[in-house]
Ligand binder design. Structure first.
Ligand SMILES: [Zn+2]
Ligand SMILES: [Zn+2]
Ligand SMILES: [Zn+2]
Length: 260
């Protein structure tokens, strides 16, 4: 009997907020011919065993990402935080509203939901003429673990500089983008992982993101079966950087699919 994967993870984007190539930049990585050096804004698409399709963040590249990865539907959206590179593609879920004839639940912490209400105010404003072009969304605040079908989703509190944001754990998989510190309370939530995805911006220190060295140190402590780094800027060429990483660690790249 063929056993379906419990979780299929597609990396829709693995770049930092500007994306790679950076507009106007002539550096070696921005001119690289290696497709793994082309990085859209950071997001993953999760397909659960029961068929539920979970999108984590809606980047400004979401439309392009959905087309490139042939995404046929989205049942639920999880938001890590409200920065532009994580929310600005939300309006582009409208084709899924039409096709699925359903409202799409959007889950995030209180600060993220407040930002979504502000940025997409037209979607919740009954005075806006309903021309059929509005995204149909319902917001739910994440206050603790919750279930999607039979899968428990464990929010993992992270620090993105001083800003508390959320990572997510589903089974033996965790997605921790945009972080510079894992708070003490979150370490026990990261035990026994098969796959960890972790922020690794660049080599030079940054106030709100792990450097590659900090990310490697964090990944060593988490000790997942395999770690994939994400949210990279144009300082980290794919092939050369991967060659210097410890075993069981690699940079993710756009379009990469991992099955658990
Ligand atoms: Zn980001
Ligand atoms: Zn560049
Ligand atoms: Zn951010």
């Amino acid at each position: 009997m063929n056993s379906a994967p419990r979780l299929r993870v597609t990396f829709l984007g693995t770049g930092t907020s500007a994306g790679i190539p950076v507009v106007g930049c002539e550096c070696e990585i921005c001119r690289s011919q290696d497709p793994r050096d082309k990085r859209l804004r950071p997001s993953v698409f999760l397909e659960l065993e029961d068929g539920t399709r979970v999108l984590v963040d809606t980047t400004p590249d979401f439309r392009t990402q959905a087309l490139a990865n042939k995404i046929g539907g989205v049942d639920l959206i999880l938001f890590t935080h409200y920065h532009a590179d994580h929310i600005m593609g939300l309006d582009d879920v409208r084709p899924f509203n039409f096709r699925q004839k359903a409202v799409i639940p959007c889950l995030g912490d209180a600060s993220t939901l407040a930002a979504l209400r502000r940025v997409y105010s037209y979607a919740w404003d009954p005075s806006v003429p309903q021309g059929g072009g509005l995204p149909r969304l319902r917001l739910f605040e994440i206050r603790g673990p919750f279930s999607v079908g039979r899968v428990e989703v464990q929010p993992v509190p992270l620090l993105h500089g001083t800003h508390p944001i959320l990572g997510f754990r589903l089974g033996a998989f965790a997605y921790l983008t945009d972080c510079s510190e894992i708070p003490d309370l979150s370490w026990p939530l990261l035990e026994g992982l098969d796959v960890l995805v972790l922020d690794a911006l660049r080599h030079r220190p940054h106030s709100t993101h792990f450097t590659l060295a900090e990310a490697v140190e964090t990944a060593e402590r988490v000790d997942a079966g395999q770690t994939y780094f994400t949210h990279m800027c144009h300082d980290l060429p794919h092939e050369e950087t991967c060659a210097g990483l410890p075993e069981r660690m690699t940079l993710a790249h756009d379009g990469l699919v991992v099955e658990l």
